[in-house]
Design a protein around this ligand. Structure first.
Ligand SMILES: CC(C)(COP(=O)(O)OP(=O)(O)OC[C@H]1O[C@@H](n2cnc3c(N)ncnc32)[C@H](O)[C@@H]1OP(=O)(O)O)[C@@H](O)C(=O)NCCC(=O)NCCS
Length: 385
């Protein structure tokens, strides 16, 4: 007997689980051929143009848009939960300065220790924890960004929304309306994306009936990778490598050489989209607008040149990470915070998926196509090997 998976249980193995349907879900719909993305049936373009991040959180968690009183309640709950426990600030201070995602992973895990519902796994408590995690992750990332530059923590302002609070806590200044709205839209665009790798990781964790903090930490660790959320920071490093005032010919030559060496250009390609990523459309526009207003049009212009070369050479489209890089940079945000900001938004999606998983759970436990040596191998005693 060579094979350990009985023939009757075997289904075709697909590398990277490409196109495999791994769960049913009512949260997010993607049509990769037509470039359609919707949350709970609401088109991403309508949400990006008309909703706030808080409304989108409600939509993801409850499956419908909130009424004004319902939105007011959620905004109050978020405001109440934004300040960080003193123990978290102490732990943050004790961390060796380094990668923002490493800090976020550690601190998000530590949040469980001061959560009043930590031992309660009822749906009501899990919902409260989803709200709290969403509120706290934003303050956590912004405060960490401030700490790394030697700043003292800033109290969130209950009168400001989620995106504006992030910028306030990060910079110590009340943000301009345009900057707050740009970040708000970026948070909306990143909030959910069906079974992306980090959401899948969060659902696999949740399906063991572990707690919601553990599932979110699994999501954070998965998001960090350069093939996933880590790409937005790599895009900015690429733009800086090329130099802000690089001439078009140098950009073209450099990108073509990288492609010839079979290097991947961060911010391009997608497992699902075969056309433009609908999120990139909004981020491209924001990158252009913010760059022009900030007197830094070079990052958008360079991004456009790179897009033209990669599309021409490889037929690949920019994904959500490509124009978010220059958008965040012109908002004055440090590169090290780009991927943590992705998590600040995606925590809404992770928690929506975790709540959905808990509500109709079955352990997620697939099989492997065994490619090891034949079974059984003779066991040779250690002294005879
Ligand atoms: C997103 C991504 C991981 C999808 O991966 P995937 O579905 O497994 O596709 P593959 O990595 O197998 O790529 C298929 C082909 O396109 C090429 N390709 C994909 N993305 C590319 C990129 N960004 N730059 C250059 N070539 C790329 C691959 O080299 C491969 O070419 P080949 O068939 O000649 O070997 C991949 O496009 C990528 O690594 N992009 C860069 C990182 C990034 O932006 N991630 C954020 C995603 S939202």
């Amino acid at each position: 007997m060579v094979d350990t998976v009985a023939a009757s249980t075997k289904t075709a193995f697909k590398a990277g689980l490409q196109d495999v349907i791994a769960t049913s879900s009512g949260i997010c719909f993607i049509d990769g051929e037509r470039g359609v993305l919707s949350y709970r049936g609401f088109d991403i373009h309508d949400l990006a143009e008309q909703a706030s991040f808080e409304e989108v959180c409600f939509l993801l968690w409850h499956g419908r848009l909130p009424t004004r009183p319902e939105l007011g309640n959620l905004e109050s709950e978020l405001a109440h939960s934004r300040p960080l426990p003193e123990a978290i600030l102490r732990l943050m201070r004790s961390l060796t300065p380094g990668n923002g995602m490493d800090a976020l992973r550690t601190l998000a895990s530590a949040l469980a220790h001061s959560d009043p519902d930590v031992g309660d796994h009822t749906p009501e408590a899990n919902y409260r924890k989803a709200v709290r995690l969403t509120a706290q992750l934003a303050t956590l990332v912004a405060t960490y960004g401030r700490f790394t530059k030697g700043g003292a923590p800033i109290e969130p302002d209950p009168a400001l929304g989620h995106a504006a609070n992030f910028l306030l806590v990060l910079t110590g200044e009340r943000p301009r309306a345009l900057a707050a709205r740009a970040l708000d839209v970026a948070l909306i665009l990143h909030a959910d994306h069906e079974l992306n790798a980090s959401t899948f990781a969060a659902r696999v964790a949740a399906a063991t009936l572990t707690d919601i903090h553990s599932a979110v930490v699994a999501g954070i660790g998965t998001l960090k990778g350069p093939l996933h959320g880590g790409a937005n920071a790599d895009v900015m490093r690429l733009l800086l490598d090329l130099g802000g005032d690089a001439d078009p010919q140098r950009v073209e030559t450099e990108i073509r050489e990288r492609l010839a060496r079979k290097e991947k250009i961060p911010g391009f390609g997608h497992r699902v989209y075969r056309t433009e990523d609908p999120r990139a459309t909004h981020l491209r526009r924001m990158s252009a607008e913010l760059g022009a207003r900030a007197g830094q049009p070079q990052w958008f212009e360079m991004s456009q040149r790179i897009e033209a070369v990669v599309t021409d050479a490889k037929g690949l489209n920019p994904n959500v990470d490509f124009y978010s890089a220059s958008t965040y940079y012109t908002l004055g945000i440090e590169i090290d915070l780009f991927t943590p900001i992705f998590a600040v938004s995606r925590v809404a999606g992770w928690t929506a998926h975790v709540l959905e998983q808990y509500a109709n759970n079955r352990l997620i436990r697939p099989r492997a196509d065994y490619t090891g040596q034949p079974h059984p191998q003779p066991f040779v005693a250690i002294d005879q090997r």
